[in-house]
Write a protein that binds this ligand. Structure first.
Ligand code: GLA
Ligand code: ZN
Length: 692
């Protein structure tokens, strides 16, 4: 799955720019200010459908022509969006079918954005037509570097449940299953008398049919799982409609759309092949989310097999959509932007270049505020970062992450685990993945976050947290990792369901049981806050006690050795953490290991386990013991290594430099072992000297 990124000479810097909202004098001021901040790239035309096409038969590109011309004249590169992320009023008025029907079954009327029914033939025809006309007109524009189709597919509630979508769903099911017999089998339709005898009897699963309480409560996981897959594919078809029309006029400019990181409604792995490169919008939900952001960057980089990606949007200051919208503290914008570059971003772009004049985003942060000031703290920080990115030049462009660790991320597992009755609704997929990722991150391990179909042969360590759904040959390939001496780790609720979300007719963890050398006999659950002490013993005297919570699987080892034991409940003294060496202890040091963690350990407990797994392969990094100091590395095709050392702490810290090299931001020579002093939010970008 190769990636095709826009060419460039440096990490791109700029963002969404919507000058259609203000008079032309302001455009002049905008571009003058952009020069001060080293802005080289603007995304234009994200939400202009109503202006571009005032009615069904009329197109008018005059305003966009002027905006593009002005940007080109200023020497800016342009990302051109297709404007299909928000419908014009006339379209909804004339063709009500384009409006979505929500999960409650309510057909919407005109309003909002991200609001089109993906199955509407009218929407499909007119969105593709608009994309085609834009491509026809603007292909070959100097500085046009990428096409940006739609916007944040899947917002606002992830789908549509109308009659057109129902028909599309039936078609999708016919293609997947061929016969009703196979459909009934996949859905285990014999339960509650659901055997379908005609395709027309199938309806979308929502609050009028299979669901109660909301999207996570469904009587039939198989039906809901298929609907989510279908909805992902239906929106992908919209993207493809537009991309195809763009390609008719522009054979080469890369095409993408902006994703939302770990966004549950859409399986981005199903989309990855159709993107020329991946991009995402980084709006962390809190102020201390550095590990979560790192994970999301790695998820996005994993979409295109490790190729660099873009941060298409981030706010320079505040968001507007949350209940409470704190400003980014001094230095934080810089820190988070460098973190993105450290994880593989070849562009760091903002939403937005100038603040909206009105409507719900008028207070969302921007490079330029309503007054257009360039003497604010925010603008100064934006400009300073622009200067640093200029100075960095092409040093890391195209460089990749040299990861020896893979973490499996799987939308089917996410969906299925969170919509399944039984066990514990408080145990969440991303929380579980993040707990393991955080331990890897703190240990300074470079991680590829990959789909379950990825080639695992290049990794020493593979983590499979909550791999609830086992698809294809993933169990065999995990066995392969251990067979050649690698390490695999899985958590509770792995190997529970097949591709249709049906249970395996065998002990849990299903086909993974052999690899981990155990079976799960019972699964206990507790309210949040209730803990069970797990004693962890490594045989070398470095023992620990971790608090376990939420889920407590009771294990019967069948070859696995016990590493951790529960301290309470009727299963006190039984295994909570195990390690299996399928090659046997006599296999010596070279044999691989399969670790199983049967409960939700606290962070210290997860770290205890993960450090041991990494340690066996020499993958614990040099700053692992300094909390919240991050190390991320990019490696060029020529082998040149650039290490990013990022201080996410709120205090200054001294660490010993892990390598000799040059700090690319200051030009200072660094000698391995010398003290690196990092102020709060500080960043060192160290071009390492070549290893002899
Ligand atoms: C999203 C959208 C933008 C804007 C920002 C504001 O990422 O793509 O159009 O709404 O959010 O947070
Ligand atoms: Zn629909």
């Amino acid at each position: 799955m190769s990636a095709h990124l826009p060419a460039g000479r440096k990490v791109r810097y700029g963002g969404d720019y919507n000058p259609e909202q203000w008079p032309r004098e302001v455009w002049e001021a905008d571009h003058a200010a952009f020069d001060l901040a080293s802005i080289d790239t603007v995304t234009l035309n994200v939400f202009s459908w109503a202006t571009l096409q005032p009615d069904e038969d009329t197109y008018d590109f005059a305003l966009l022509d002027a905006i593009v011309e002005r940007a080109v004249a200023a020497g800016r590169d342009v990302v051109l969006a297709t404007s299909t992320g928000a419908l014009p009023p006339w379209l909804a008025h004339r063709h009500p079918e384009v409006e979505r029907t929500d999960f409650q079954g309510r057909r919407h009327v005109y309003g909002q954005r991200h609001n089109a029914c993906p199955s509407s033939p009218v929407y499909r025809r007119l969105s593709a037509e608009l994309a085609g006309r834009l491509a026809e007109r603007y292909a070959g524009t100097p500085g046009l570097v990428a096409w940006h189709v739609g916007n944040e597919y899947g917002g606002f509630d992830g789908g549509c449940w109308c009659d057109l979508c129902a028909a599309g769903f039936r078609e999708w099911l016919r293609a997947r299953y061929g016969t009703l017999e196979r459909l009934n089998d996949a859905w285990n339709a014999a339960f509650w008398s659901h055997t379908f005898s005609d395709w027309e009897q199938v309806v979308p699963p929502n609050m009028l049919s299979e669901h109660w309480r909301g999207p996570d409560h469904t009587a039939f996981q198989g039906i809901t799982l298929d609907y989510r897959r279908f909805m992902s594919d239906a929106m992908l078809a919209n993207y493809r409609d537009e991309k195809e029309r763009i390609r008719a006029h522009d054979a080469t400019t890369p095409v993408t759309t902006n994703f939302m990181g770990m966004f549950r409604p859409i399986d981005y792995h199903r989309w990855a092949d159709d993107l020329d490169f991946a991009s995402w919008d980084n709006y962390p939900p809190g102020q201390r989310e550095h590990a979560r952001m790192a994970l999301a960057h790695d998820v996005v980089r994993g979409l295109k097999d490790g190729a660099p990606f873009w941060v298409m949007e981030q706010t320079p200051t505040i968001t507007a959509s949350r209940d409470v919208n704190p400003v980014k503290r001094p230095g934080v914008l810089r820190l988070w932007s460098w973190q993105a570059v450290a994880h593989g971003a070849d562009a760091v772009l903002y939403f937005q270049m100038r603040q909206s004049k009105g409507a719900c985003e008028k207070y969302h942060g921007a490079v330029l505020d309503h007054a257009g000031r360039t003497d604010t703290r925010a603008f100064r920080e934006v400009a300073a970062l622009g200067a640093e990115l200029d100075a960095l030049g092409d040093a890391v462009l195209g460089a990749r992450t040299p990861a020896r660790v893979a973490l499996l991320f799987d939308w089917d597992s996410w969906w299925a685990a969170e919509m399944t009755d039984g066990f514990n609704r408080h145990a969440r997929y991303v929380d579980t993945v993040l707990a393991y990722y955080r331990a890897l991150w703190q240990a300074g391990a470079q991680v590829d976050v990959v789909p379950v179909t990825a080639d695992l042969s290049r990794y020493d360590v593979v983590l499979a947290p909550m791999l609830h759904v086992l698809k294809g040959d993933v169990a065999d390939r995990l066995e392969g990792v251990v067979a050649r001496g690698g390490s695999v780790l899985a958590s509770y609720w792995s190997g529970r369901a097949d591709v249709d979300a049906n249970a395996f007719l065998m002990d849990a963890p299903g086909p993974l049981g052999r690899l981990f050398g155990l079976r799960v006999e019972e699964t206990d659950s507790a309210e949040p806050g209730v803990t069970n002490p797990v004693t962890l013993k490594d045989g070398a005297g470095d023992d620990a006690v971790a608090a376990a919570s939420l889920v407590f699987e009771v294990l019967v080892p069948e070859g696995a050795e016990v590493v951790g034991t529960y301290g309470a409940e009727f299963y006190a003294g039984t295994p909570a953490v195990t390690r299996h060496r399928p090659g046997g202890h006599d296999g010596g040091e070279d044999g691989g290991e399969a670790w199983y963690v049967a409960t939700a350990l606290d962070d210290a407990g997860v770290a205890w386990v993960v450090r041991r797994v990494l340690g066996r392969h020499g993958l614990v990094g040099p700053y692992a013991d300094t909390d919240d100091v991050e190390l991320a590395v990019r490696e060029g095709a020529d082998g040149a290594r650039t290490a990013f050392v990022l201080n996410h702490r709120s205090d200054a810290v001294d660490v010993a430099a892990h390598a000799s090299g040059t700090d690319l931001l200051t030009g200072r020579a660094v000698v391995a072992g010398e003290t690196l002093h990092l102020e709060p939010t500080d960043v060192v970008v160290l071009r390492e000297d070549p290893q002899r």
